[in-house]
Design a protein around this ligand. Sequence first.
Ligand SMILES: Nc1ncnc2c1ncn2[C@@H]1O[C@H](COP(=O)(O)OP(=O)(O)OP(=O)(O)O)[C@@H](O)[C@H]1O
Ligand SMILES: [Mg+2]
Length: 464
Amino acid sequence: MIELDAPPVSVTGKLTQLVGLAERYAAPEHAVTNGGHVRTIAAGHYTVTGLSRHVRLGEFVAHRSATGIHLGEVVRVEPDAAYVCPIEPGEPIGIHDVVIRKGAFRIAPNESWCGRTINALGEPIDGRGPLAPGDVRRSISASAPPSMARRRVDEGFRTGVRAIDIFSPLCLGQRLGIFAGSGVGKSTLLSMLARADAFDRVVIALVGERGREVREFIEDTLADNMSKSIAVVATSDESPMLRKMAPLSAMTIAEHFRDKGENVLFIADSITRFAHAIREVAMAAGEPPVARGYPASVFTELPRLLERAGPGEEGQGTITAIISILVDGDNHNDPIADSTRGILDGHIVLDRSLAEEGRYPPINPLASISRMARKAWTPEQEKLVSRLKTLIHRFEETRDLRLIGGYRTGSDPDLDMAIKQVPVVYEVLKQLPSERPTADAYADLANALKSAAGGQPVAAKPRG
Ligand SMILES: Nc1ncnc2c1ncn2[C@@H]1O[C@H](COP(=O)(O)OP(=O)(O)OP(=O)(O)O)[C@@H](O)[C@H]1O
Ligand SMILES: [Mg+2]
């Protein structure tokens, strides 16, 4: 028997399909376009459903909570969940809170930011009112210019620090690392280098520093140069996300001025704390460690940041990067020191033993190298430095022998010259942070050697 009021089979099927679709799209993960909902919460990260198809690794999302909108970075994407690291620690996150995709994090640097101190998000923290945004919003994770389009690095400049200008002179667009254990003098040397007058702008990223040091650095070091400097600060008590973002934001500001044709000095203190922040974020997202506790992403992020420094394309300026690297337990071969040394165009090594002797800045001239030095030296200066290094090496290797009285003056003319001249060189290299930058380090050295030789011409010349 046919039931007249029963709907035909095809219509029932269609209705069932429609109800199914309606139910699926009413589910929380489809309720927001390009958005999703918090599914699980853990210390250091939370997961979001409904976003996996829309977001890319490294993009930012906005999480709406009872206290407002909070940003987070996508640190891992799985088919059914995106892992997000919140920027601010301790933000109230609830299951099913709405999370919306924001894309790359951007800042709009402006000339009027000079003289100001900002946080990693590009917000002012100096209590001097809001910052005017520039015309162009730039992603803080931009790529480096293509290598073949970049100008060459060949213009030397004076830093004003004698030990560097004599033994490891630098060029505009060079990337230099200062390697030392804790408390040896990295920050002090950086503050001396920040005063070099070869630059139109100075951008400083202070990462993981103590709050007390930040104010000292900015007020004492940048005092004269403040009008051309911008400081980006994430102190040690801030979240790993902010510590990770601070050098990226600082580099983005440096790129803004480089694109205008200016020569920019980028200083980061310290890059090791940047690496620690990346490690904390990556570990929270479940990335396994590969080298002494560091996950693989640390070793991709470091070159990504440092490659952005250097010369720009034709018509653009340069970014000279000087960064400090804390070598754990004075071990210069720890994974961060090792990998950054390979990326950089030079390294300055600070020795604890020199600091203990009171020989500040404690730069070891034999262990420090500037790969661009040849382009900054004249042929005579290069010869003189090579000769001085030989004398210093002779002087140091015979130190113990001489101390126990095992050397008789006159047996080795080279060593006799080293004994006479190296202490004079060491004296010239000493420099207090309060001293004015030196205009001509070679002239200072020549004068000191001359007066030590009783007014005779400088003897530290190659023989024969
Ligand atoms: N050029 C210098 N002249 C005199 N003293 C110096 C000089 N450089 C460093 N010092 C001394 O060394 C101390 C430590 O220096 P600094 O804070 O720069 O070290 P650091 O390597 O940055 O330390 P940390 O690893 O803790 O950041 C300073 O407080 C100062 O007393
Ligand atoms: Mg320091």
